[in-house]
Design a protein around this ligand. Structure first.
Ligand SMILES: C[S@@+](CC[C@H](N)C(=O)[O-])C[C@H]1O[C@@H](n2cnc3c(N)ncnc32)[C@H](O)[C@@H]1O
Length: 315
């Protein structure tokens, strides 16, 4: 029997209400030109051709990595490096016309996929950075190091003209050895709940765990990204009311996070089941805009939920 604390969204299509199913757009019977704040159930390689040009401020691309992987309705097979590069170039060619001239693009991958990906990304965009996300979960191996990280490539269309709101993505850290100068706290705040410093965000992210079963954002999707991670990207690289596009939307994590942060969004996903899980989450946003780990306008270290709650209560 499932634990009461298990909040995973994993209902079947049969259990989905007709209203929920009707919220998902089907590309054949919809005018997709100016569509916003929706999930489209279809193949991105076909749908992207029908979208309005130059409307996207931020593209979040979480494609199938170059691994054998089962997604609902899709059995993705590992390709040769050159085949994966051709696959990548194909979605880039469809994406480029949709981007504004000052748009940013983030592409997710694992280290092995990155070897194929990087040269293609470099030919098409300016690579601004490669973020390392230190994930906790990963399968152990007897013959190799367990994979404990993912790459997130930060790209822009224009090398110099792009949005980057560094002050909106500071990381709040507990100060272990508080330093005082003339009796005054130096670069940190002393509060009833402890000593904290808000630090500049780096390209090494060790404060974000993957969604797990007791978190309300968790779904049955096999490779779901956490809202906290997407919030960092969205806050840094877009502004309120901007348009965020995700052509491999999965369980809708990027769309939900965009909605919580008052951005417009559009997602495409081949699986109707993942689409309805995403839409179910989107329908809850009006009642709950919290993003676990992002409180008081800053990102908190892992395992600080109690401190965050205390902080909110004493404000
Ligand atoms: C890595 S997952 C994305 C997970 C997503 N970021 C999340 O947080 O749930 C890739 C997704 O792309 C979808 N997909 C793969 N090829 C597609 C295509 N051609 N068109 C639309 N969706 C596709 C898969 O079904 C899968 O859900």
């Amino acid at each position: 029997m499932r634990s009461k604390r298990n909040k995973t969204i994993d209902f079947s299509l049969k259990e989905a209400s007709p209203e929920l199913l009707n919220q998902i757009l089907q590309p054949n019977n919809s005018d997709l030109h100016a569509v916003q704040d929706k999930i489209i159930n279809g193949d991105s390689f076909k749908v992207m051709n029908n979208l309005a040009l130059q409307q996207v401020d931020l593209a979040l691309i979480d494609p199938p990595y170059n691994l054998n992987k089962q997604y609902d309705g899709l059995n993705f097979k590992k390709m040769s490096t050159s085949q994966y590069q051709a696959y990548t170039q194909k979605w880039i060619d469809l994406l480029k016309p949709l981007l504004k001239s000052n748009a940013s693009i983030y592409v997710f991958s694992d280290w092995a996929t990155s070897i194929a990906l990087a040269p293609v990304l470099e030919q098409n965009f300016t690579i601004q950075n490669r973020i390392t996300w230190q994930r906790e979960k990963g399968r152990g191996s007897q013959k190799n190091w367990k994979n404990g990280m993912e790459d997130i490539w930060f790209l822009t269309v224009n090398a110099n003209n792009y949005t980057f709101n560094v002050n909106q993505v500071k990381q709040r850290r507990q100060v272990v050895a508080p330093y005082r100068q003339d009796g005054m706290a130096k670069d940190w705040q002393s509060t009833k709940n402890g000593n904290f410093r808000d630090t500049m965000p780096s390209n090494f992210w060790d404060d974000i765990s993957i969604p797990y079963w007791s978190m309300p954002e968790n779904t049955g999707h096999p490779t779901q990204k956490p809202e906290k991670l997407l919030a960092k990207i969205i806050l840094a690289s877009s502004n309120p009311n901007d348009f965020i596009f995700d052509p491999f939307a999965g369980s809708g994590s990027s769309l939900v996070t965009a909605a919580k942060l008052n951005r417009h969004y559009l997602g495409i996903e081949q699986s109707m089941l993942y689409c309805v899980w995403g839409q179910y989450r989107l329908n809850q946003v009006k009642d709950n805009q919290t993003i676990q780990g992002y409180t008081d306008g800053v990102f908190w270290e892992r395992n600080t939920l109690a401190a965050q709650r205390k902080f909110q209560r004493h404000k």
